[in-house]
Ligand binder design. Sequence first.
Ligand code: NI
Length: 393
Amino acid sequence: MKKIITFVLIFIFAITYIAVPAGYTGGVSVKMYAPDGRDIMVSIEDVEAYKSVGWYSEQVTTLYSMDMREIVVSMDEKDEYLKVGWYEEPFFVMYAPDGREITVEGNLVEQYVSVGWYTEPVVYMYSRDGRSLVVLKRELEAYKNVGWYDNIDIISKIMISPDGEETRVFSDYYTYYYNLGFRFKGRENLDVTKPMVALTFDDGPGNHTMRIVSCLLAYNCVATFFCVGQNVDAMRQTVRSARDFGMEIGNHSYSHPDLATLNPDGIKWQMDACSNSIYNAIGEYPALCRPPYGSIGNNVLSNVGMPSILWAIDTLDWKTRNAEKTVESILSSVKDGDIILMHDLYKETADAVEIVVPKLLEAGFQLVTVSELAQFRNIDLVSGMKYHRIKSN
Ligand code: NI
């Protein structure tokens, strides 16, 4: 019995002092490693728990691919991975103001920043007096609210000097450059110091639309067509041709209801559906609208999502169906900056256009689109507002 007790005591002594290092009371410990280079000693019972939260029992490192994946590999495997397209530095997408994007390794980010790249999307913005700056895309609206533009073509045009040199001129300087002998490219006959009016045609496209466009072209003039979306869907090529010949295409709702009888969602649907039809036809969304019937009550203006273009002269062409009366209604009252309402659905209106265009030119008026009228007069057309005429002070 005594022998057995002695043996047991020796055995207990043995497992206590052989398996556990002297002076350590927390059990066996091992070194573990994190991908970022840290290491710690943990007790052997805790190894699995540490592994489950991203520690490893050998030295490891994180490698990165250009498509933004990352993996953790052992130091022994690292070189093999570096040979097949993995990198030691993470990658970042960088952005240029002109819309380009590139993916660069992390250690090159600073270098790219120093030559004009950004770590988040940016855009150029411009002011009417020709300043420009680079703005974070998420701040775009805030800048728009204080008079900056992301579309340079709205507030500047290419002008041609008396020597034939092309230069971009910002709208604050149109008159100044004009008086120095510069002319607008493609619109060399346009004189910003003389009267301008905008002919507008509603409810099309229709069978007389191209005849009206051809007449305007013959006199080197342009006009604005406020199209009904369902008619655009039916006559896409007509709308496309009109646009290609320099005409402006505006939104006149999808199916021509009185928008004041609709709720805000109904108004938005009518406007969006028409804008989409126009986009499908010409590849651009319209910037302007004319609410059907000129009906702007019941918060129509605030729900159409763009400037509402009404009119200074209502020719009543749809009612009289008489070319002479239509012509007379224009010539008896036309003034600089007027917006003139007609409809391109009627033969008599096309007849009237062929008469009135040369007469307006003889009287010294220049025929421009509504957007041009605003641009050449350096006036902003604002969403939620309505316009009957567009004239500098
Ligand atoms: Ni209409």
